[in-house]
Design a protein around this ligand. Structure first.
Ligand SMILES: NC(=O)c1ccc[n+]([C@@H]2O[C@H](COP(=O)([O-])OP(=O)(O)OC[C@H]3O[C@@H](n4cnc5c(N)ncnc54)[C@H](OP(=O)(O)O)[C@@H]3O)[C@@H](O)[C@H]2O)c1
Length: 337
């Protein structure tokens, strides 16, 4: 896939929405609208950096207890110290796990479940974008597929029972799972966004467009997961949704070299906004009272409204491709349960 192919897979409505992300309307569901979250517990993956950091800060500001998951204990501790300066009495805990190494997830989840009895929301926010060609996880998956999809799927599996139990006990529709996707799902391949014949993009020519298409696939899969998790857990009471948080200045592009021309094109087509704005999108998905289980699979766009998923990706998730993906993911995680 390259630029020409992206033009083929995106319809006019997709372009309209994509270009609109550069200048979204002002957020309408913000801190003052959030309920007091005393006694509520949230898990934010990647909660020490970027959008996850801003989400954690807002949740702490409403008195929630927050668990932040990260792979680097020193970096996590630094974030905890910063949060505690602002919120000295914060109920803040850390979980160390590397989503790119499936073997680290069970010990972390077991430890979490030993210490915690509540869970009002899981925000699968951690992710990587366009790492150098050939980057792999410990188990050999293309890094974005492994980190953005297989790892979170395994983590979620360990947390299913707890979050479903809490959803039965809490006010209806308040318990949520957010699978953070991206407008980059628009750049995934046609016919559903998943390149089944080469899931790890090993046969494609190495380079930035291949990495971007693989990122698009991983973000299409996040959308699939929001739809499929709800389908596979009927009557759970948990609201499972997805989002494009916005085009934001974070560490996400740390390994992305688009060159000078690419920088100019991005500045025009996709200018970046401060990271805290992305927290409004994610927290609309997690806290807005307008969303219910009838909205499972809803795709929230900046800075908090329901947007449109590329049609073949939505159809794929709701059809045979979705079933195929769920079966594939279950097979991948089976040795790590
Ligand atoms: N920024 C945007 O414009 C944008 C747009 C659309 C979607 N998104 C999505 O938003 C989410 C958050 O991204 P961001 O922009 O906040 O980027 P970021 O600043 O790079 O934050 C990503 C977080 O994910 C963590 N992470 C990466 N690999 C991990 C692994 N193997 N195990 C555990 N944690 C890992 C990072 O931890 P380390 O610090 O240890 O690396 C970091 O905390 C991502 O899912 C991204 O795809 C972002």
């Amino acid at each position: 896939m390259g630029f020409a192919d992206w033009f083929k897979v995106m319809g006019l409505a997709d372009w309209y929405q994509f270009l609109g992300h550069s200048r979204p309307f002002a957020p309408t569901f913000v801190d003052k609208d959030y309920p007091d979250l005393t006694g509520k517990v949230y898990l934010v993956t990647g909660g020490g950096t970027g959008i996850g950091y801003e989400v954690t800060k807002k949740l702490l500001g409403k008195n929630a207890k927050v668990w932040i998951l990260g792979r680097n204990p020193a970096k996590l501790q630094k974030s905890v110290d910063t949060f505690k300066e602002e919120f000295p009495g914060a109920k803040l805990e850390t979980i160390v796990a590397d989503l790119a190494d499936l073997a680290t997830i069970k010990p972390a989840a077991v430890e979490f479940l030993k210490k915690e009895t509540k869970l009002n929301g899981i925000i699968h926010n951690a992710g990587v974008m366009t790492p150098p060609s050939g980057s792999k996880t410990k188990q050999g998956y293309e890094l974005q597929l492994g980190t953005n999809n297989v790892g979170p799927f395994l983590l979620q599996t360990f947390l299913d029972d707890l979050i479903i139990a809490i959803a039965k006990a809490e006010p209806p529709n308040t318990v949520r799972i957010l699978w953070v996707s991206s407008s980059a799902h628009l750049m995934s391949c046609g016919n559903g966004g998943i390149q089944w014949e080469d899931l790890n993009y090993e046969k494609a020519a190495p380079g930035l467009t291949t990495q971007a298409t693989a990122y698009g696939q991983s973000k299409a899969i996040d959308i699939y997961l929001s739809i499929l998790w709800a389908k596979k857990h009927p009557n759970s009471g948990v609201v499972s949704v997805t989002c494009h948080p916005g085009n934001l200045k974070t560490e996400l592009m740390r390994t992305t070299d688009v060159g000078r021309i690419g920088e100019i094109a991005l500045a025009i087509l996709s200018p970046l906004h401060p990271a805290y704005l992305g927290a409004f999108t994610e927290l609309f998905a997690v806290l807005s009272p307008t969303l219910t289980t009838a909205d499972d699979g809803a795709y929230i766009i900046p800075w908090g409204k329901v947007g449109r998923i590329r049609q073949d990706v939505k159809d794929g998730a709701e059809g045979e491709n979705g079933e195929k993906l769920w079966t594939w993911l279950e097979k991948q995680i089976a040795p790590y349960l």
